[in-house]
Write a protein that binds this ligand. Structure first.
Ligand code: SAH
Length: 460
């Protein structure tokens, strides 16, 4: 992050604007909207700028820029096409530790203006850190369509009820949940429909009836976060993640996904690389219960789907036993994610009429599976946690008479930017993999559907 977004109170502060043309005017309008007074330094200025100065009680100095023009101002803007003036202004402001912006000249700026979606008092600012104003404006137009123009009214209404609500619900967490519940419900509808009086009654009743008990009850969300690409999360997963006070995650959860949690949420790493169960399973189960009993909304983020090799059931057992309310959110399981992103359909009319998800996890030093039962025709086998036992899996399938040239694929770090797909046959895949570095996590897919990979490959 090269720039820190802040919201700056400028009311009645003096801002220096060097330049009097069209660009200066645009900046002048913006500053005046925020209540600033203008000191405009330029031999000539636009008529509208003069008007703005009159309205707001600023001044126009028809001179060329000099250092003393910075006296008493809180920020400086250079809007001239005279490079010497711009550089001088920058140097002077920096020497005085005053924020300075020279329009369209990032090296001479200590701050930049974001694109703004104005639903006053709700303001959304978007910045590309100066890299691409066009991109920032594009993002703004997307956001404009998401936030109806009446949203400002809603913000104003909520502002008025802040104090009464704080008296009713002293805990900030309970208040947040109160507002979230209302925003997802009828309050928003009423305001957007322009039914201001009804909205006000509704809000006033809700504040009167706010139930601290109900709002401060803990909950557990067992959430499938998908195989890695944050785009593959469900809407509900995102909603609950953003509601959570505390997030328990492990190595399978992609970094981009954690960034979607609330800024003030506590993130707890509970490990789970192979052979490295940082926090033992029983302790994870206990933690879920402990936090929920403290009244927290606890999000247990799982890679893929919580109920597919995710020990989701076990984690819920303790929660159920403690009588805590919970939700389970399905996720895109690794098999589905890897299959799509590697272009390997798991079923296909000409290849496979069924697909099996199997764990290749070793128990007591070997993989204990009903091998005879796995050598079927027209079926795709997907092994989770199969890399360590790859040689054992392949040799057992061969021993059951599976064709030596049966195609097999390993998809490593599926759906992530560094996804890697290794294709071979079951007889030669183990040797091939032995010579390579395969990053975890990885999935093994066996079946003739693997031959379709070149045709349907689209990712990277
Ligand atoms: N609940 C998860 C599976 C957990 S078991 C799900 O539904 O996907 C862990 C195994 O999942 C890993 O050993 C690996 O085989 C597989 N896996 C998870 N994410 C993966 C990814 N991004 N790419 C490849 N395999 C993955």
């Amino acid at each position: 992050m090269d720039y820190l977004p802040v919201s700056w109170r400028l009311r009645d502060q003096l801002a220096l604007l060097v330049g009097g043309g069209d660009i200066a005017l645009r900046k002048g309008r913006l500053l005046v909207r925020a209540g600033a007074r203008l000191r405009v330094v330029a031999p000539q200025i636009e008529a509208e700028l003069k008007l703005l100065i009159e309205q707001q009680g600023g001044e126009w100095l028809p001179e060329t820029y000099q250092t003393h023009h910075l006296d008493g101002v809180v920020l400086a803007i250079g809007a001239t096409d005279d490079n010497d003036v711009n550089r001088q202004l920058n140097a002077d402001a920096v020497a005085r530790q005053l924020p300075v912006n020279v329009v369209d000249n990032p090296p001479l700026c200590t701050f930049i203006f974001p694109a703004i979606v104005d639903r006053d008092p709700l303001l959304i600012s978007i910045s590309s850190g100066g890299a691409s104003p066009v991109l920032a404006r594009w993002a703004r137009s997307k956001i404009e369509t998401l936030f109806p123009a009446r949203l400002g009214k809603l913000a104003e209404l909520m502002g008025r009820f802040r104090k009464p609500l704080a008296e009713k619900l002293p805990q900030i967490g309970a208040r947040r949940l109160f507002w979230e519940g209302l925003l997802d419900g009828p309050l928003m509808e009423k305001v957007l429909a322009g039914q201001q009086a009804e909205a006000e009654t509704l809000l006033s009743d809700a504040v009167t009836n706010a139930d601290i008990q109900k709002l401060s009850q803990g909950e557990v969300y067992l959430v499938g976060a998908g195989p890695g690409d944050p785009d593959l999360m469900t809407f509900r997963a995102l909603r609950l993640l953003q509601k959570a006070d505390i997030v328990l995650y492990d190595r399978l959860v992609g970094k981009g996904i954690l960034e979607l949690a609330r800024r003030d949420a506590e993130l707890v790493y509970v490990g789970k690389a192979r052979n490295e169960h940082v926090v033992p399973q029983q302790e994870i189960n206990n933690l879920l219960v402990k936090y929920a009993l403290e009244g927290k909304k606890v999000c247990r983020l799982k890679g893929g789907d919580p109920f597919i090799f995710g020990r989701g059931g076990e984690e819920l057992d303790s929660v159920v036993a403690a009588g805590i309310s919970f939700q389970v959110v399905p996720g895109v399981t690794a098999a589905a994610g890897c299959a799509s992103y590697a272009g390997i359909p798991l079923t296909h009319r000409d290849h496979a009429q069924s697909v099996r998800f199997i764990t290749g996890h070793r128990k007591d030093g070997s993989v204990d599976l009903p091998w005879a039962n796995l050598n079927t025709v027209n079926e795709t086998l997907v092994f989770y946690m199969g890399l360590v036992s790859l040689a054992e899996i392949c040799s057992n399938l061969l021993a059951q008479g599976m064709a030596t040239d049966m195609p097999a694929a390993i998809v490593s770090r599926g759906t992530l930017e560094d996804q890697q797909v290794i294709i071979s046959s079951i007889s030669s895949l183990p040797d091939k993999v032995a010579t390579m570095e395969v990053a975890a996590p990885s999935l093994l897919i066996i079946g003739t559907v693997v031959t379709l990979h070149p045709r349907y490959s689209w990712f990277m």
